[in-house]
Design a protein around this ligand. Structure first.
Ligand code: AQP
Length: 339
């Protein structure tokens, strides 16, 4: 049974969105929206898996992530924008997937190891089963394509394993599709501006490690000016970026913004000092991010408008989820309580 193409992706409302979220995920969604049916979720259930999150912050961040989607070009009339907690079927299917996924599979997840750090005993059980909830997010709608950054590749592989095992165990071949990851562009893994070996992340304690979508232009320029680099000038070939993680990261960001390859960028700046390159990079960033920030501020000024968009999106998502969850309940053998 071929599955109808459907794109699904989401972001956790755990803080302000950064350039990694934009280049690795959101920006790629805009092009997909023109060609496919799409659902973009604010994954607020996932947001609880880290350290205690202040409810007021979660509340604000949820609306802010939705505002970032819309300000970046996601059209709520075309694509479904909603927050995960408003569709209880996500949590219900996730429970079933907790019983399908094997502990051995979860033990291999590098994101859990990275996020739990040294003190794994203290990590929440939710963080451990995070990939099962992520599988439920996508498979609940039988979505076929998942545009994400490089860091989510392993979770997508696990999602496919869950779908395959469910289909096999219950003898329902092709009930769930095996979703394809879409990892697009030259900046699929944007690194921290302070450490070229660490991913740019919302939860990095250093605010100067990331460019926020909400940063005003002067702050963007300042963060890029202060971004860590080595003392050598830019090389004349991509090979010359090897072993220079910070330099490589800035060139990749530039290439993603200008729509060029890293090779074209280094050829243009061969031998230039980083101070000059950073000036141009700062300008490019401001020209892309300033209009998004302005639109985000405008949208955030009217929380009830965003609430309405989320409410409409959630209603559409619930309507799509209900028959799939009912099929799953029938397949696993739950008795439907009739009056
Ligand atoms: N540095 C990055 N480069 C490219 N893509 C990235 N993504 C995240 N960081 C980068 C992509 O953004 C989407 C949403 O990610 P998320 O917020 O749901 O979770 P995350 O990957 O854990 O992101 P953060 O910023 O690191 O959040 P915290 O610090 O809260 O855990 C995904 O498609 C992801 O690939």
């Amino acid at each position: 049974m071929p599955h109808k193409p459907l794109v699904f992706s989401g972001i956790q409302p755990t803080g302000n969105l950064h350039l990694g979220n934009y280049l690795g995920a959101i920006r790629n969604w805009i092009g997909l929206q023109a060609q496919h049916e799409c659902m973009f979720c604010v994954v607020d259930l996932h947001a609880l898996t880290g350290d205690f999150l202040d409810p007021a912050l979660l509340n604000t961040a949820t609306r802010r992530v939705a505002a970032a989607y819309i300000a970046s070009g996601i059209d709520p009339a075309k694509s479904i924008i909603f927050n995960q907690s408003q569709v209880p079927a996500h949590a219900e299917l996730a429970w079933i997937f907790n019983c399908v996924a094997r502990v051995g599979w979860l033990n291999r997840m590098t994101q859990f190891k990275d996020k739990a750090g040294k003190d794994r005993e203290r990590a929440s059980a939710g963080l451990y089963v995070y990939p099962n909830l992520m599988a439920a997010d996508v498979l609940l709608y039988k979505a076929t394509h998942v545009p994400v950054g490089e860091d989510q590749k392993q979770h997508l592989e696990l999602m496919r394993d869950i779908a395959q095992k469910f289909n096999n165990d219950y003898g329902v071949p092709e009930f769930f599709p095996l979703p394809e990851p879409l990892i697009m562009g030259p900046a699929t893994r944007v690194m921290s501006l302070r450490d070229g070996t660490a991913k740019m992340s919302k939860s990095d304690p250093s605010e100067t490690s990331r460019i926020l979508l909400s940063d005003p232009p002067e702050r963007i320029v300042e963060k890029i000016r202060k971004a860590r680099t080595d003392p050598a000038p830019l090389p004349d070939s991509v090979e010359g970026l090897a072993g220079r993680a910070e330099a490589d990261n800035l060139v990749a960001i530039y290439a993603a913004l200008s729509g060029e390859t890293k090779a074209t960028v280094v050829a243009r700046y061969a031998g230039a000092l980083f101070s000059r390159f950073k000036e141009d990079l700062g300008e490019r960033l401001v020209s892309v991010l300033a209009p998004i920030r302005a639109e985000m501020l405008r949208l955030e000024d009217d929380p009830s408008h965003i609430n309405r968009i989320l409410a409409e999106g959630s209603a559409r998502a619930r309507a799509r989820a209900a028959p799939v969850l009912q099929d799953v309940f029938d397949i696993v053998g739950f008795v439907k309580a009739e009056r």
